[in-house]
Design a binder for this molecule. Structure first.
Ligand code: C2E
Ligand code: CA
Ligand code: CA
Ligand code: CA
Length: 275
């Protein structure tokens, strides 16, 4: 028993070591990712579910590193947040997305709103508002073509968040609550925060054929409509999910059923092919 206990301990220790090594490796490599041109943005359309027309797109970060290969944002974004690297990376994402959207408009694509994910630590950074303002000015993109996606975690610091959101919306920038319904304070958000859009989390859409989830989705859509918000259903993969949200009067959707996130070129082709 003693020996096996020791083995278990060693096993646990090895695993822990491996995890720490990977995290440290990610951190070290991530520090150089911008200057080594390893980051790239993919784009996923947001569509009007009735017509399947593209009405906007979400920018999603991709990282391909020489040592680690392709690393998912689900793994590296938390490391970026823990280490503060998210500020520089977030700024790169914002600039790249705004520039891409401006390029598309200059090359005859219809004016579409681009949604950019913003981490809490990036949002709270004292220079954030200034960075957004300067980026829009510098690139000359009209603010209504930019939407910032934040999560319910900004509720931890509600007074400060409300002020920041007011400033952003005064500027003309749009604000979306991402992964709506997964936090503890979803209803509070609707009451307190000045926002434009709610994105119903994929987990509710996944299980939309289950009674409870169907009722939740239906209620979220109704609340959104009554509060004059844009409601987007995330992670639509199947026709039956699309039919369900359409029946509940949800106007916008995103998901593999329409298109997975793709490169800028592929996105441009997709938009042209659907017009
Ligand atoms: P998110 O913001 O909730 O993004 C939606 C995720 O769902 C994306 O994963 C997207 O590729 C995926 N998705 C979209 N439609 C479907 C579908 O029909 N089925 C399935 N199974 N998945 C779908 P991705 O690109 O791996 O990003 C994961 C998360 O990483 C994002 O979740 C977001 O929280 C974070 N992230 C990605 N890019 C950025 C960024 O530039 N900045 C920050 N701060 N976070 C980012
Ligand atoms: Ca998002
Ligand atoms: Ca989401
Ligand atoms: Ca998410």
């Amino acid at each position: 028993a003693k020996a096996s206990g020791r083995n278990q301990f060693r096993f646990y220790n090895d695993e822990l070591n491996q995890m720490m090594t990977r995290k440290m490796l990610i951190e070290n490599e991530l520090r150089l990712a911008i200057e080594n041109n390893e980051l790239i943005l993919y784009y996923q359309p947001k569509v009007d579910v009735a017509t399947r027309r593209v009405i906007g797109m979400e920018a999603l970060l991709r990282w391909n590193n020489s040592k680690l290969g392709f690393v998912s944002p689900v793994e590296f974004i938390p490391v970026a947040e823990d280490t503060g690297l998210i500020v520089a990376i977030g700024e790169w994402v914002l600039k790249t997305a705004v520039r891409q959207n401006k390029d598309w408009q200059d090359h005859g694509l219809p004016g579409l709103c681009i949604s950019v994910n913003v981490s809490v630590n990036q949002f709270r950074n004292s220079d954030f508002i200034k960075t957004v303002k300067e980026t829009l000015n510098e690139i000359k993109l009209s603010p209504e073509y930019l939407e910032l996606e934040i999560t319910e975690s900004i509720m931890q610091n509600i007074d400060e968040s409300v002020e920041l959101l007011k400033e952003l919306r005064l500027m003309g920038v749009k604000v979306a609550i991402d992964d709506f319904g997964t936090g503890y304070s979803s209803l509070h958000i609707l009451k307190e925060l000045p926002i434009d859009t709610i994105k119903i989390d994929k987990t509710f859409i996944d299980d939309i054929s289950i009674n409870a989830d169907r009722s939740i989705v239906k209620s979220i859509i109704d609340m959104g409509i009554n509060l004059n918000l844009q409601v987007v259903a995330e992670g639509i993969e199947h026709e039956h999910q699309l039919q369900a949200i359409t029946k509940y009067n949800c106007t916008y959707g995103q998901g593999y059923l329409f298109l997975k996130p793709v490169t800028a070129n592929e996105f441009e082709h997709y938009v042209k092919s659907t017009r």
